[in-house]
Design a protein around this ligand. Structure first.
Ligand code: T46
Length: 135
């Protein structure tokens, strides 16, 4: 069955010198981290995502500012507001996702389990939903 999306509180080592948050692959997230990217400068009203992944796992963190991640497993959807560098959203395979409502200062960090592979993407929601419901 589908690995559920969930918020993960990340190890915090903040002290009077400032914040320090750690993510270790295989420990704090249930995958080895093979790629990192970040999204920033999202124009007002713009949306990203609108796809699902066949195999890829990821942790999404709002390093600065805030945005919403809407996830859908082909049966039901849920919406998560990410607004803290101390907490990430784990999204596993066979989840459709949309990122919306970015604040102008938002910087999102993605830690992911695979190198970039266009063949891992579902871009068509009907195809995704059919396959997700057949799991
Ligand atoms: C996801 C959301 C949040 C690459 O060449 N390598 C990469 O690692 C990535 C992520 C993208 N690209 C290229 C492919 C496209 O020509 O960058 C362009 C924009 O990518 P995309 O349209 O997939 O952007 P988003 O924001 O819709 O999706 C991306 C990730 O692809 C996706 O996995 O969860 O960010």
């Amino acid at each position: 069955r589908v690995d559920p999306c969930r918020l993960i509180d990340l190890p915090d080592h903040s002290d009077d010198r400032g914040g320090l948050t750690v993510v270790e692959g295989g420990r704090d997230v249930p995958f080895e981290i093979r790629r990192v990217y970040y999204i920033h400068g999202v124009p007002d009203g713009a949306a990203r995502g609108a796809h699902g992944h066949r195999r890829l796992r990821q942790l999404i963190v709002a390093l600065h500012g805030a945005f919403d991640v809407v996830v859908d497993d082909g049966h039901a959807s849920a919406r998560f507001r990410l607004d803290s560098p101390g907490r990430g959203l784990y999204v596993g395979p066979m989840i459709w996702r949309d990122m919306v409502d970015f604040t102008p200062d938002a910087v999102g960090l993605w830690l992911v389990s695979e190198l970039y592979d266009p063949a891992d993407y579902y871009r068509d929601y009907a195809e995704f939903r059919r396959d997700a419901r057949a799991l």
